[in-house]
Unconditional design. Structure first.
Length: 317
């Protein structure tokens, strides 16, 4: 369900808030000079001081910048800006997100975080958001993706960089406001199972404003979550899967040469086609999708169904 988050909150009365939250903030200190993590700037309104603080709650990282402006020894203005980064899913499950994360569990975790930082959910503004689902498959996921994954819309996938052991878990497609990640969750954690993870990571919230997503409070709505997961399902439907080895004949609907089949399995073919002519790209992509829908894409349709089923189950749990 909901996974990674980045939250922002403005705190106008830091001392009062800190007295309630009682968080164990730390700051950097220069061991040579003894200077702490504070910067100074002389402005027209007085001396501006910025204190950089940090702490951790569970697996969440909190970074706070407290800004004060003083003039003739008097504090004219003092405000703090808080950023919270972490994963609701992982914090609830003690560092893992290979298990399911239900709507009820999401509500519990958001309430816990809000209580810990003593800030109401409507004042915790979303800056980044990840939504994802784990789908159990009957075959090795990474091998399947390596063979079949072609493009997302007209965009090429990148392969995850291998870890220290040389293991790569899947693929991602970075765009300006969000990225689509599709990978082998079981391989990530060394599990003896086959789990496909489909995930959208929004680094800009503009695409989600139309469905009413602004603060942590909005994620308490099952209606909003349904709309978010419709976006996840639509993203999967915009993925082109194609395994040339499983096609025994050339599609006769609109091509007369096997060269098209080879081209269709190449992401650069679709990218070049769109760059030359958007109308041609959408025309051939639609016809090719129709062909695959009729003759091949049983697995793609099956995963779409599994995503919808998992969404429905998690929302009622």
């Amino acid at each position: 369900m909901i996974d990674g988050i980045k939250l922002y909150a403005r705190i106008d009365d830091f001392d009062s808030w800190q007295a309630q939250a009682n968080l164990d903030f730390k700051t950097d200190c220069n061991i040579r000079t003894g200077e702490i993590g504070t910067s100074f700037e002389l402005t027209g309104g007085g001396l501006k001081q910025v204190f950089s603080l940090r702490c951790q709650i569970g697996s969440y990282n909190l970074n706070l910048k407290r800004t004060s402006i003083t003039q003739s020894g008097n504090t004219l203005n003092s405000v703090a800006h808080l950023i919270i980064r972490g994963s609701l899913h992982k914090n609830y499950h003690k560092g893992l997100n290979s298990q399911d994360f239900s709507f009820t569990q999401l509500l519990e975790e958001m309430a816990w975080l809000s209580e810990k930082v003593k800030i109401s959910p409507e004042n915790l503004i979303l800056k980044n958001l990840e939504i994802g689902l784990n789908v159990e498959m009957s075959f090795p996921v990474f091998d399947f993706l390596s063979r079949n994954l072609v493009i997302y819309k007209s965009h090429q996938f990148n392969r995850y960089a291998p870890d220290q052991s040389g293991k790569s878990i899947g693929f991602y497609c970075p765009l300006s406001q969000y990225s689509l990640k599709i990978y082998d969750k079981a391989k990530q954690y060394g599990l003896n199972s086959n789990i496909l993870r489909v995930e959208l990571r929004y680094v800009k919230m503009a695409p989600l404003k139309g469905i009413g997503v602004r603060s942590l409070k909005d994620l308490e709505s099952a209606l909003v979550l349904n709309k978010l997961y419709d976006k996840l399902k639509k993203a999967w439907e915009d993925v082109l899967l194609f395994d040339i080895s499983e096609l025994n004949e050339v599609p006769k609907l609109f091509v007369s040469t096997p060269a098209f089949i080879i081209n269709a399995n190449n992401p650069k073919y679709w990218q070049n086609l769109k760059e030359k002519s958007s109308s041609s790209y959408f025309f051939y992509r639609k016809k090719f999708n129709n062909y695959l829908e009729q003759n091949y894409n049983r697995i793609h349709r099956s995963i779409s169904g599994k995503i919808r089923e998992k969404m429905d189950v998690l929302l009622i749990q």
